[in-house]
Design a protein around this ligand. Structure first.
Ligand SMILES: [Zn+2]
Length: 440
């Protein structure tokens, strides 16, 4: 990864265009506006009272049938994937997408009109770093449709996609890094394509009033029907990549990773976006300050030893990194090869015993209880440990961050704490501990 930080970007100025909406076949005007740092992409319904906005976030996903629909409360916007893909791929992190209908103009069924309007508005750097999701371990998603999506670690954002139609006709493969220049040249012009069998029923239900050969390629058997010739011999797989970019934009973070997609669709794309967002939330929850505060908020080793009666080799907390309110506390312990338990656990294959991690949790929870009681005249006794799980081995050289959260304090005799240990941003162990107090 480059060491120079990448900055967030917005639009240089507002710009827009008008066209027809796909599902209702009505005239709609779309206007893109600049937005401040950390705003993300929001859709604004100018046609509704109070002009409500909808966050382009996976939590707001409502429907993935044929197109991607997001909503908040009773307000919806449909077919958001092409405009989202364009903003995301052209490097726009923050923008308002204002519309006077419930979906953007469909244009020619490609992302070209959106790229054009973004280029007219210009893209401007802002004074805050971009947020990235770095894929650390592979993730995968499979759907009943046969869609398979795999996300692998990568320094860039790449997509390798295989598209296949009914009976594997129109099987196409394409792999590329997604940059603004590549997107504009290789992906944006690729149009929506539909299979005749599918659209026939939609036309019967009157669900695609704005649909025509003006804005989609229709595949009927082996025949390809469109207003103008194919723009690429593999235009279908390019459009699939466009949809993946648009659906993954709902993550809110830019992804450093390689998406390997086989027969992707909006449903599977959205599931992957949801999994990434969930993993990001988990990481946010366990992230700790990179630079350790000294004194301020935390306790150094001497202070820890004034509170805890434990001593080497049984002191399992080097220092307290900090407190969060009254009920949360993070401690840390650097595990050295010189820990006595490594000599026997196991010779030639040193792994920190799980029970020592539980002891570390208990000691951090004790410090939390001590701080809450503001006295050390009572001793907290460790009564029980429930729901203990050891998820990953801890090796010499690892730094453990020990999180404790007080979940229950019954009277002043009993207390419960939820704890987990984290190494390299991954939870290695967890458990719920119960304490009772006795006067010293
Ligand atoms: Zn599409």
């Amino acid at each position: 990864m480059s060491s120079t930080p990448e900055f967030q970007h917005t639009l240089g100025k507002a710009a827009g265009f008008s066209g027809t909406s796909l599902h209702k076949g009505e005239k709609v005007t779309l206007k893109l506006h600049p937005a401040p740092v950390d705003h993300g992409i929001k859709f604004k319904r100018k046609d509704l009272q109070d002009e409500p906005t909808i966050d382009a976030k996976i939590d707001n996903l409502k429907m993935v049938e044929r197109a991607t629909t997001i909503g908040e409360g009773s307000v919806r916007v449909h077919t958001v994937e092409h405009v989202l893909a364009s903003l995301f791929a052209m490097g726009v992190d923050n923008a308002i997408v204002e519309m006077d209908a419930n979906e953007p103009p469909i244009g020619d069924g490609s992302a070209q009109p959106y790229v054009d309007v973004i280029k007219r508005a210009g893209v401007a750097a802002q004074e805050a770093p971009r947020k990235f999701f770095d894929v650390r371990e592979s993730m995968h998603m499979e759907a009943k449709t046969g869609a398979l999506l795999i996300l692998l670690p990568d320094k860039t954002f790449r997509i390798s996609c295989t598209q296949a139609g009914p009976n594997n006709r129109f099987t196409q493969f394409l792999s590329m890094e997604v940059t603004p220049a590549i997107f504009e040249r290789e992906i944006a012009p690729a149009r929506t394509f539909v299979y005749y069998e599918d659209v026939q029923s939609l036309m019967d239900k009157n669900l695609i009033k704005g649909g025509s050969l003006e804005n989609a390629i229709v595949v009927r058997g082996d025949a390809v029907l469109s207003k103008e010739p194919l723009r690429f011999t593999d235009e279908f797989v390019r459009h699939k990549i466009l949809d993946i970019i648009g659906d993954l934009a709902l993550v809110g973070h830019r992804i450093h990773g390689h998406v390997v997609a086989v027969k992707p669709g909006h449903g599977a794309n959205a599931e992957l976006a949801r999994a990434v967002a969930r993993e990001q939330t988990r990481r946010d929850a366990i992230s700790v300050p990179r630079t350790l505060p000294s004194g301020e908020g935390g306790f150094d080793t001497d202070e820890v030893m004034q509170i805890l009666p434990h001593r080497y080799p049984f002191l399992m907390v080097d220092r307290i990194v900090g407190f969060e309110g009254e009920t949360k506390c993070i401690g840390m312990k650097t595990v050295s090869i010189n820990e006595p338990f490594f000599q026997g656990h196991f010779p030639g294959h040193p792994v920190m015993p799980g029970v020592m991690q539980v002891e570390a949790m208990a000691q951090v929870a004790s410090i939390l209880l001590f701080k809450l009681a503001k006295t050390s005249s009572r001793l907290g006794y460790f009564m029980s440990a429930d729901e203990v799980k050891f998820r990953k081995p801890v090796f010499p050289g690892d730094t453990i961050f020990i999180h404790a959260e007080l979940t229950k304090a019954r009277g002043n005799r009993l207390a419960k704490a939820k704890c987990h240990c984290v190494v390299n941003d991954a939870v290695v162990s967890e458990g719920e501990l119960m304490f009772t107090f006795l006067d010293r």
